[in-house]
Write a protein that binds this ligand. Sequence first.
Ligand SMILES: *Cc1c(COP(=O)(O)O)cnc(C)c1O
Length: 220
Amino acid sequence: MLADNHKKLLENIEAAADRAGRDPQDIQLVAVTKYVGLNEIKEAAKVGIKDFGENRVQEANEKIKQFPELKWHFIGHLQSNKAKDVLPCYTLIHSLDRLSLAKALQRCGERFDLKANVLVQVNTSGEESKFGLAPDELPRFLEIIKNYDRLKVKGLMTMAPFYDNPEETRPCFRELCRLRDQYSSTDYNLEHLSMGMTNDYMVAIEEGATIIRVGSALFG
Ligand SMILES: *Cc1c(COP(=O)(O)O)cnc(C)c1O
């Protein structure tokens, strides 16, 4: 049951925040709906969830059309030629992972007179299958996109590898938090850390996540 799952999730968020001496209000839940349909989204909206995450442009279109009043987050790998489809519809793009995409978003922003809220995705695990900048590429990347006036950089995002023991994800999340502290500046208030999924969101919260992206724990 979604309502029960949601209640349990909120309890866990609160407990993890407590353990870290944080205010649970500072942790935003994005319900990831990539595996579910319109009915589940409607139900989730009913229990009070307002932020939703999708990772595929095409599949998400219909959902966004049906629920334009909800806030949509783009969390997947984004092809540069789809930037124009994503920019107008999403409140936050979590997956800015390369310069060519930054350029595409900047161009679309100019063309449509829009700004894109973005998080820079960092590959904190070094796994080859993961998208994202290497941590040591981050300062130069931030320096370059500082000049892209259509991008509003709101923070950083990472995905930890899947481990049976979620405790093992902790170094990835700690690294993202360290990068945020190191590279926040007058140019960038890297306010948000989008990290933590069903398997590891409690560890992520303990390490400073401000946005968690949860699918399975909500929708089964
Ligand atoms: C699918 C997905 C999630 C949610 O995964 P669950 O394990 O179902 O919570 C979070 N973030 C990204 C980037 C995803 O692709």
